[in-house]
Design a protein around this ligand. Structure first.
Ligand code: SAM
Length: 267
C-alpha cells in the first residue's frame, strides 16, 4: 500500500517558533492555530451546521495542530477525539488544548487515516475533516469508515481544496503538491463517493477566497521576514514555499482549482 508522504513534518517542527508565530499574526485576522484554509468565520458556521449539543462527541479527522478542534470544543462544550498522523502536530495540539483549558475534553490519537480507524462503530455525533482528504489514498474507503464511527443522522463537515474545475498544468500540480502526496478530483466526485459511503448531502458551498487571501498574506509576510526565514529553513525551502503560495493564488483566482465545503448526514 502507498503511504502518504507526511509533507507537513517540516512545517510542524517550526510552527511554535517565535518567527512563525509573528508571521501567523500578520496572516490571520484571528489565529486559532489552524494549519489549513479555514477561518473563524467558517468555523462559526460549522458550529451551526454540526448541530452539536453539550453531551455530543465530535471527531476531527486529520486534526493537525488542533486549532479548529480546540475552537469547536471551547464553543460547543462537547467532548472530542482528534486523529492525526504527525507526532509534532499532536504535540502542538495537546499543548493548545491544555493552554485553552479543554485538555480533559479532547483525546488525541496518532493514527494513519489511510487505515481503518481504531474507533468503535456509532461512537460520534458529528465529524469534521478540514483540508485533509486530498492527502489520503482512497477517499471512498475513508468516507465509509467515517460513516461507520458516526451515529445514524450524525453530521460530517468536510472541506476539500483539491477540486479541479479548469486547466491545470503539470508544473502547477507539482508546485501545488508541496505538502506531499496529493490527489485532485473532478467536481462531483466527492458527492458520489459520500453517497456510496452512506451519506446524504445537505449543503455544498464554495470557499476558494480563503486560500487566496491566506496565501497572498503569507507570501507578503514571508517576504518581509525573508532573511530570518532563510536562516531558519534554508534558501531552497524558502523559495519552494514562496513558489507554492504564488501557484495557489494563480490556481484559485482563475478557478482552475476550487475549495468546497460539504455538509452531510449519515443516512
Ligand atoms: C492542511 S492540514 C489540516 C490540519 C487541520 N485539519 C487544520 O485545519 O488545522 C492536513 C493534515 O492532514 C494530516 N494527514 C495527512 N495524511 C494523513 C494520514 N494518512 N493520516 C492522518 N492524518 C494525515 C497532515 O499531517 C495534516 O496535519
Amino acid at each position: 500500500m502507498r503511504q502518504s508522504s507526511g509533507g507537513y513534518a517540516s512545517t510542524y517542527a517550526f510552527l511554535d517558533s517565535p518567527l512563525i508565530q509573528k508571521i501567523r499574526a500578520e496572516v490571520f485576522d484571528h489565529d486559532i492555530g489552524q494549519h489549513s484554509w479555514t477561518t473563524v468565520t467558517e468555523l462559526d458556521e460549522f458550529l451551526v451546521d454540526l448541530e452539536l449539543t453539550e453531551s455530543g462527541r465530535l471527531l476531527d479527522f486529520g486534526c493537525g495542530p488542533g486549532g479548529p478542534l480546540t475552537y469547536l470544543v471551547m464553543n460547543a462544550d462537547v467532548t472530542a477525539t482528534g486523529i492525526e498522523l504527525d507526532a509534532d502536530a499532536l504535540r502542538l495540539a495537546k499543548n493548545r488544548a491544555d493552554q485553552y483549558g479543554v485538555a480533559e475534553k479532547i483525546e488525541f490519537q496518532q493514527v494513519d487515516a489511510n487505515r481503518e480507524l481504531p474507533l468503535d462503530n456509532e461512537t460520534f455525533d458529528a465529524a469534521i475533516s478540514v483540508d485533509v482528504v486530498m492527502h489520503l489514498i482512497d477517499r471512498k474507503d475513508v468516507f465509509a469508515d467515517i460513516a461507520r464511527v458516526l451515529k445514524t443522522h450524525g453530521r460530517l463537515l468536510l472541506t476539500d481544496a483539491g477540486i479541479v474545475a479548469g486547466q491545470v498544468s503539470n508544473e502547477q500540480v507539482q508546485r501545488r503538491s508541496y505538502n506531499g502526496f496529493s490527489q485532485y478530483v473532478a467536481d462531483g466526485f466527492n458527492e458520489a463517493a459520500l453517497r456510496t459511503a452512506g451519506f446524504e448531502l445537505l449543503k455544498k458551498e464554495e470557499n476558494s477566497q480563503s486560500p487566496i487571501d491566506i496565501c497572498n498574506r503569507r507570501f507578503t509576510a514571508r517576504t518581509r521576514y525573508k532573511t530570518e526565514l532563510i536562516d531558519m529553513l534554508g534558501r531552497d525551502a524558502f523559495d519552494r514555499e514562496q513558489a507554492y503560495l504564488e501557484t495557489m493564488v494563480e490556481l484559485y483566482s482563475s478557478r482552475a482549482l476550487i475549495r468546497y465545503r460539504y455538509l452531510c448526514r449519515k443516512v
